[in-house]
Design a protein around this ligand. Structure first.
Ligand SMILES: [Zn+2]
Length: 379
């Protein structure tokens, strides 16, 4: 029933997705994010939700956080938190090269998969419950944040506050692969910056008076690369480096930004300690090491029970749901780390997130909305 009703709504859902995608909403361009927030707020108000816009309060202006609350069928306590984000990784203007289009069962465009389809799925799930005459068992809070793609600086506190009063968190990030496997584990993610100060000198006249910051940095990168441990799910990658001025000047400064990930919370302290324990290798060089893991890992034990429930509900809908783990982080990392059961990857299925070929399979819109509605009814 749920799924067949939603199948009939696939065209409308795809149409709404097109409207959302055509409002460009890069994390760094708050005006665009807020235009999207205005459209979504209107959609939620039309469905009787209590809608609140929370202004971002960081150093740099970001879009607003949108909180939409639907009351439960009974006065029974408890809340389910649904997480999504309104920002994308695409700068304004991307749409001219990468327009929204639908072809052969796919909808293409910037942010279709990650994760404007998720925003559509949530609205459709609520519509389907209504149409079937069902009411959610608990209060539903939908929290759409404006800066997930750049670390959630302005929304992390709000996410954690809502999560603490929730029985479960459902995250509408895309599923894994074109079959849309649910995500039951994510690595913890962070960044470490290594800054080296050496001493400038003429590379030909008096090189012996210099301390080469680029050489020192290269040695340090070799060292930190060894911190990785595939067996334990630890990866360390220096992905951005900069240093020096000209080829005939011994480099005085150099720095590297290092991506750091780990699968288990208990590995964080040891990994960070190894970075803090770095000491200069070349005589006279100085080192400054800052940063660390800022999204803790989402460990599978927080999702296992929810996944089994989702899988059973999926079976009733005729959907075969599998689980997956990923090295990428999401806002689900924050809520799982608080000990709140968190199931991620409930958004659309597709491929090419963050690339020019990004798309969703349009049939997954109805499937995921049906699954979400079923979860609202039974959680
Ligand atoms: Zn995302």
């Amino acid at each position: 029933m749920l799924l067949s009703w939603l199948r009939g709504r696939e065209g409308a859902m795809t149409g709404l997705l097109g409207r959302l995608v055509r409002i460009e909403s890069s994390s760094y361009e708050w005006e665009g994010v807020n235009r999207l927030v205005t459209l979504l707020a209107r959609e939620w108000r039309r469905r009787g939700a209590r809608v609140t816009r929370l202004k971002s309060a960081g150093v740099s202006r970001r879009g607003d956080v949108l909180r939409c609350e639907l009351s439960a069928g009974t006065s029974a306590a408890g809340q389910i938190l649904v997480l999504g984000h309104t920002d994308t990784v695409y700068a304004r203007g991307t749409l001219t090269r990468m327009p929204f289009r639908v072809a052969a069962g796919r909808a293409y465009g910037p942010g279709t998969l990650d994760m404007k389809a998720g925003l559509v799925i949530a609205l459709a799930a609520v519509d389907a419950l209504r149409a079937m005459g069902h009411v959610p068992r608990r209060r539903l809070v939908f929290l759409w944040t404006p800066d997930e793609e750049i670390g959630s600086d302005t929304s992390r506190e709000i996410i954690e506050r809502e999560a603490r009063r929730s029985e479960a968190v459902l995250v509408l990030e895309p599923g894994t692969g074109t079959s849309g496997k649910l995500k039951t584990a994510r690595k913890g993610v962070g960044q470490v910056t290594i800054e080296v100060t050496g001493r400038a000198a003429h590379a030909g006249v008096n090189p012996q008076d210099g301390v080469n910051a680029v050489h020192e940095l290269a040695l340090q990168i070799g060292r930190v690369a060894g911190f990785g441990d595939a067996r334990r799910g630890i990866t360390v990658n220096a992905d951005v480096i900069e240093g020096g001025t000209r080829s005939n000047v011994i480099a005085e400064r150099a720095w590297a930004r290092v991506d750091v990930r780990c699968a288990r919370a208990r590995d964080i302290a040891g990994l960070e300690a190894r970075f803090r324990g770095l000491r200069p290798i070349l005589p006279g060089a100085r080192l400054r090491v800052t940063g660390g893991i800022d999204r803790p890992p989402m460990e599978r034990r927080r999702a296992a029970r929810l996944f089994r429930q989702a899988q059973a509900l999926g079976r009733e809908l005729g959907l075969n749901l599998e689980e997956s783990s990923t090295g990428g982080g999401s806002d689900g990392n924050f809520t799982a780390a608080l000990g709140v059961p968190t199931l991620d990857g409930l958004g659309a299925a597709g491929a090419g997130a963050h690339t020019p070929g990004e798309y969703i399979r349009t049939r997954s819109l109805a499937e995921r909305a049906a699954l979400l509605a079923a979860l609202f009814r039974s959680l």
